[in-house]
Design a protein around this ligand. Structure first.
Ligand SMILES: Nc1nc2c(ncn2[C@@H]2O[C@H](COP(=O)(O)OP(=O)(O)O)[C@@H](O)[C@H]2O)c(=O)[nH]1
Ligand SMILES: [Mg+2]
Length: 187
């Protein structure tokens, strides 16, 4: 069976742990602890230390997906290069209701593309909330290359998470095929 490593990144509170949990067939492993930072605790009680981990399958191919979530805060950024090793595809999440945090996700996109480039999708999460900004607004604010997929997401919805993972796996497969094609035509 083939195996792909997917890394889920994004700013604090973007929905990484939720996404990994709902991406997972079995119960996901989450290394969450009580938040020690006062300002962060005002927003949520638990935070991911080290990583989240879950596993699922890609239906059409016999492919196992190992899904890892990064700890989002800067003070855990020493983990990022370690977690990026061998990543086949990235999911970058942001909270669509919190434009002031989108820069953090953008910084991570730049960081991981420099560290270990691979296909990625950007997910405008929490689209179920009334004050969520549109995907179009997110795309404009991040100013990503036209080829990059920015998609609406509700990480609390398992079916949505599954569909979005399938989109990413297709991106990864297309890139792998393109690489094989390039090798075949090169002298
Ligand atoms: N309404 C809504 N809440 C969400 C969604 N995704 C995550 N959340 C909530 O946002 C908060 C932060 O999510 P979490 O997964 O812990 O974020 P992380 O810091 O990126 O791991 C939690 O209370 C989640 O339940 C979503 O799509 N819609
Ligand atoms: Mg988390």
């Amino acid at each position: 069976m083939k195996k792909l490593k997917i890394l889920v990144a994004g700013h604090f509170g973007a929905g990484k742990s939720t996404f990994v949990k709902n991406a997972s067939e079995k119960e996901a492993l989450s290394l969450e602890r009580k938040t020690t930072d006062e300002r962060e605790r005002a927003y949520k009680r638990n935070t991911t230390v080290a990583m989240d981990f879950g596993e699922t399958f890609y239906e059409e191919e016999q492919t196992k997906l190992a899904v890892f979530g990064i700890p989002g805060q800067d003070r855990f950024s020493f983990m990022w290069p370690i977690l990026s090793k061998g990543t086949d595809g990235y999911v970058f999440l942001l909270d669509s209701t919190k434009p002031e945090l989108w820069d953090k996700t953008l910084e991570q996109i730049r960081f991981f593309m420099a560290e270990n480039p691979a296909p990625y999708i950007v997910l405008a999460n929490k689209q179920d909330l009334p004050d969520a900004r549109s995907v179009r607004e997110v795309r404009q604010a991040l100013d990503l290359e036209p080829g990059v997929k920015v998609l609406p997401c509700i990480a609390t919805d398992k079916d949505v998470v599954k569909q979005l993972l399938n989109v990413l796996v297709e991106e990864v497969r297309q890139q792998k095929e393109a690489l094989v094609g390039a090798r075949e035509v090169s002298p």
